[in-house]
Design a protein around this ligand. Structure first.
Ligand code: PLP
Length: 381
């Protein structure tokens, strides 16, 4: 089996599996309870919260654990409802966001917010000049992804933040950091809110976090028992938090080497498939963009047909966002990049992890090259 769908989800690290199992067996107490072992679990959670905060250059009180990034993105964006006494001002996002941002924006547009969707350049990064021209005084929030989950295109968060601070200092800047966290060097966050998801970096599913900078107006999440400082109720997901903390620890210890090995494998894959005739890359060049995502179109072959043929050979890839895979129709992200017709139909997303080997990349490339020839012959008939 060759797994090249790490943007959809990742295999938990062995360290994560062991830590989660220990919590399930020995640390299952509710950290909100008052007796010894429960208080100990509260302390454990506090330690992991500080560790995550430190990786983000934040304070522990600025971290809200969630069930994942869909929830984090939802509660971040829905915060506009509690800002400026219900004023329905402007919200700026891009045409290529994940559905957990894009569809919340559509909901907000439906109830009267002035939502504007930025275009992206051919390489998938947002148009900075357009952003500058749309930052009007009534802008309440800007929500931009750090790394695009389908193409690996990177947005320059520091530059965007500086532009927002200069032009509309009161606007809240939210960043969907799901595909950037761990895949980009750890630096102090240049934004007001930041979403992450554990299962994208080798923790388990059902755990994520939202960073909310102190002082930023935040509407809160679930209402109930008052966990997460009263900002997101729900019994603390101790196994998830511990697992995510362990994944982060392993990533931080190995990050420099892993980023360069993923980049090397991505370049190798790009070179290998680049030798298949009528193959084009979508998004940034292989030496640019995120180190782990490569999107390519094999003209004359339908993406889903190639995906299924690869799957029968134990090679797992995707045609786009896993969340959009159930939805029929055009690919919104590729459309925004001006990629239509045969090029859109033939698109495949490869997403790598640090454990992929050069040998796997060569084997997968050879199988793809064979299948593309066969499928082209078949589809021409
Ligand atoms: N944002 C991006 C960029 C993603 O790639 C994903 C998952 O595919 C999400 C948000 C949603 O994350 P989760 O699976 O934790 O809900």
């Amino acid at each position: 089996m060759i797994y090249l769908d790490n943007s959809a989800t990742t295999r938990p690290f062995p360290e994560v599996v062991r830590a989660v199992q220990t919590v399930l067996e020995d640390g299952y107490y509710n950290p909100s309870s008052a007796y010894g072992p429960a208080v100990e679990m509260e302390r454990v959670v506090a330690t992991y919260r500080s560790q995550l905060a430190q990786a983000l250059g934040a304070g522990a009180g600025e971290i809200i654990y969630t069930s994942g990034a869909t929830e984090a993105n939802n509660i971040a964006l829905l915060s506009v409802k509690s800002m400026r006494r219900g004023e329905r001002g402007r919200l700026i996002t891009t045409k290529v966001e994940h559905p957990s941002v894009f569809e919340v924006c559509q909901h907000l547009a439906g109830i009267g917010y002035d939502v504007v969707y930025l275009d992206v350049e051919e390489n998938g990064s947002l148009c900075m000049n357009q952003l500058s021209s749309l930052l009007t005084p009534n802008t309440m929030m800007v929500s931009i992804m750090q790394v695009n989950n389908e193409t690996g295109a990177i947005n320059d968060i520091e530059r965007i933040n500086a532009m927002i601070r200069r032009q509309v200092p009161h606007a809240v800047f939210h960043v969907d950091g799901v595909q950037g966290f761990c895949k980009m060097p750890f630096t102090k966050l240049a934004c007001d809110m930041y979403s992450i998801s554990g299962h994208k970096f080798h923790a388990t599913k059902g755990i994520g976090a939202l960073y909310v900078r102190q002082g930023v107006p935040f509407g809160g999440g679930f209402i109930g028992g008052g966990q997460e400082g009263g900002l997101r109720s729900g019994t603390t997901n101790t196994p998830g938090i511990v697992g995510m903390g362990e994944a982060l620890k392993v990533y931080r210890e190995n990050q420099a080497g892993w980023l360069s090995s993923m980049r090397a494998n991505k370049m190798r894959l790009a070179k290998n498939i680049g030798s298949i005739p009528d193959t084009v890359l979508n998004g940034p060049a292989a030496d640019a963009g995120a180190p782990h995502i490569l999107n390519a179109s094999f003209l004359g072959v339908r993406g889903e047909v190639l995906l299924n043929a690869l799957s029968r050979q134990g090679i797992f890839v995707s045609t786009g966002s896993a969340c959009a895979a159930q939805k029929k129709g055009k690919n919104r992200v590729l459309c925004a990049m001006g990629i239509e017709g045969r090029r859109q139909e033939g698109a495949i997303r490869f997403s790598l992890c640090p454990q992929n080997t050069a040998d796997e990349i060569d084997k997968a490339s050879a199988v793809i090259a064979d299948l593309v020839v066969q499928l082209r012959r078949f589809q021409k008939r």
